[in-house]
Design a protein around this ligand. Structure first.
Ligand code: CA
Length: 228
């Protein structure tokens, strides 16, 4: 079997070298691009298993690239791990609002980065299967096709949003604590803030429109989908 390919979009050679060294050791095949135009072309042509995207790039900023990748039908299912030199919460949230699946702040530990990459890829795999469709109110979720509809309109969700929604729907009536959602959806403990869960839920609600009223916030605990 061939190794899963990771595309690195980053302009700093030392960061590329560091990533290449550790990801290759972890069994991945790699492609690199030092600017957005090349990165977008390679993402479309090579359809990598995951993209590592730097926020600060010449010509086209990382967020712009992220937006294009997440709206293009050829690339929108590819998970994106964002690299950022800025630690401010706002950048993280913006990164997630633009559809990134996770982020790592520079300087990063290569070991942690490899863990994150594996967690994202595992998360993606867990969604396949031949499970039954779930329906609550107007929302229908088809796990095997990775597809969500509200009424007769299909809704595009990122892998994280899909996983969050399916966990809430599967456990209808029960409150899901932020910590638990974080663990099960992201697949590792306490590396990222529980507020990240709120950010993704907010985005999920926006995409579900009126049907999102099914998702209740239970203050101080987490989220729940009401018993119908
Ligand atoms: Ca850079």
């Amino acid at each position: 079997m061939s190794s899963p390919r990771i595309l690195i979009i980053e302009d700093e050679q030392d960061v590329i070298d560091l990533l290449t060294l550790h990801l290759r050791k972890a069994g991945f095949a790699l492609s690199t691009a030092t600017d957005g135009a090349v990165g977008l072309r390679k993402a479309r042509e090579e359809s990598p298993a995951l993209i590592i995207l730097d926020l600060l790039l010449p010509k086209m900023p990382g967020l712009e690239i992220c937006k294009v990748l997440k709206t293009d039908i050829a690339t929108r299912q590819i998970p994106i791990l964002m690299l950022t030199a800025k630690a401010e919460e706002i950048d993280r949230i913006i990164g997630l609002e633009f559809g990134a699946d996770d982020y790592v702040t520079k300087p990063f530990s290569p070991r942690e980065l490899v863990l994150r990459v594996n967690a994202i890829l595992r998360r993606g795999k867990g969604e396949a299967g031949d499970e039954k469709k779930l329906s609550i109110g107007q929302i229908t979720l088809d796990p095997s096709r990775h597809h969500v509809t509200v009424g007769d309109k299909s809704v595009r969700l990122t892998s994280v949003e899909f996983k969050l929604l399916s966990m809430l729907m599967r456990r209808q009536g029960r409150v899901q604590e932020r910590d638990r959602l974080l663990n099960e959806v992201w697949g590792y403990e306490s590396v990222i803030d529980t507020r990240t869960v709120d950010t993704h839920i907010r985005r999920l609600r926006k995409k579900l429109g009126k049907a999102s009223s099914a998702i209740e916030t239970v203050r101080g605990f987490g989220y729940r989908i009401r018993e119908s």
